[in-house]
Design a protein. Sequence first.
Length: 260
Amino acid sequence: MIPAQAILAVLSGTAVGFSLGLIGGGGSILAVPLLLYVVGITDPHIAIGTSAVAVSVNAFANLAIHWRAGTVHWPCAFLFGSAGALGAAAGSTLGKLVDGEKLIVLFALVMIVAGIAMLRPQVAQGQLCERIDRRIAFRLVTLGIAAGFIAGFFGIGGGFLVVPGIVLGSGIPILNAIGSSLFSVGVFSMTTALNYQLSGFVVWSIAAAFIAGGVIGGFFGMKAAVKLAPKRDTLRYLFSGTVFAAAGYMLLRAGMSVLR
């Protein structure tokens, strides 16, 4: 890694960390395009594997914060995340076999879905379940495997899939689902990162720089979130627009590559 790449990796990580701290999620979807088009990683598989490391560390760090705040429902989090780890292992194995250019096109389409998901208002409904019966357990395991597979295939944290999956599977309030989802996001990303590392698709020096930037950005993002709380919906819309623009750029680059 040359010095210029290290600086760009820190700045890119700062941007992702800032967006996560500011709007509370979704920012990790930008990690792969930033690594590809800003940091300068040329192999999509390496970008996915490297970003998975950073996303995993970020998710577990935020999980600790939610744990202290008492918003993590551990039975739901552990059941959903453990089942999803199997799906993430299968999905990431399949993802490594897909041609890099095709994977980028599919990734861009997932970014569009994530952007649309970010536009949906979060409703604080549901109630904290006292115990998990067989029906709830079955739903959590099934949805966890599905979410983990998609997250592993595309090398994303998958928070926009995990949060509604936990709510649908258990009926717990959205705040507890968000806190609990971080366990799954961390596990899915860690599983994907380890699987990609087996094939040499992780650049640890860039991942470390990205993580360092994420810590800095997350701190300032949380500070900004307090001051800009009344404008959170506007910020969400702006973020979704950024995701759509990045997805469009990726599709355009992929199209130009095909035409060459």
